[in-house]
Design a protein around this ligand. Structure first.
Ligand SMILES: [Zn+2]
Length: 164
C-alpha cells in the first residue's frame, strides 16, 4: 500500500481494531473516531491482522464479553423479579425467579466448561454474581422460608459449605 493508512497511524487504533473485531459497522466506527469509512474498510481488509480477527484469542475475548453480558442481564432480571415479588409478598414467583436464574447460571457454566483451560470469567467469583447473590439473600431477609430455599439452591450451585 503506497499511501499512509490514517488508521494504522491513529492514536485510537487499538479501539478501532477492537470495534472491528467486535463486528461494529464501518460507518459507526468512522463516525465515532472522526475518520473516513473508506479508510476503515481499507484498514480492515488490508491491515487488521488476520490473527486478531479470527484467532481463538479474539473469539475468547468476545466470548468472555458475552458471558458477562449474560450475567448482567441475569442480574437485572433477578433484581426485578425479586423487587416485584417482595412488593407483592409473592414467594412462589420469587422462587421461580431464583430457579430460572440458577438455570441460566448453570448454562453459563456449561458454556464455560466448553472452553477448557482458557482464562475465561469464573462466574461464581465474579463481582456480578456476588452482587446478585447477596442481593437475593438480603431481599429475602424477611421471608425466612424462601431465604433457606434460595440458600440451598446457592449451595447446590456453588458446591460450597457456606452461604452468606
Ligand atoms: Zn491500516
Amino acid at each position: 500500500m503506497s499511501r499512509t493508512c490514517t488508521i494504522c497511524a491513529h492514536p485510537d487504533r487499538e479501539a478501532i481494531d477492537a470495534a472491528l473485531v467486535a463486528g461494529d459497522g464501518f460507518a459507526s466506527i468512522a463516525r465515532e473516531h472522526a475518520i473516513s469509512e473508506d479508510a476503515v474498510a481499507r484498514h480492515r481488509a488490508g491491515h487488521l491482522p488476520a490473527r486478531m480477527a479470527r484467532t481463538p484469542k479474539a473469539a475468547e475475548v468476545a466470548h468472555a464479553d458475552d458471558l458477562l453480558a449474560q450475567v448482567r442481564a441475569l442480574r437485572s432480571k433477578a433484581m426485578s423479579i425479586l423487587l416485584a415479588a417482595e412488593r407483592q409478598g409473592d414467594l412462589r414467583t420469587a422462587l421461580a425467579g431464583i430457579r430460572e436464574a440458577r438455570a441460566c447460571l448453570e448454562l453459563l457454566l456449561e458454556v464455560e466448561g466448553e472452553i477448557d483451560r482458557r482464562p475465561v470469567v469464573n462466574i461464581l467469583v465474579s463481582d456480578e454474581w456476588l452482587g446478585v447473590r447477596s442481593a437475593l439473600l438480603d431481599a429475602l431477609q424477611s421471608h425466612p422460608d424462601a431465604r433457606s430455599a434460595v440458600a440451598a439452591s446457592l449451595l447446590r450451585l456453588e458446591g460450597t459449605q457456606r452461604v452468606g
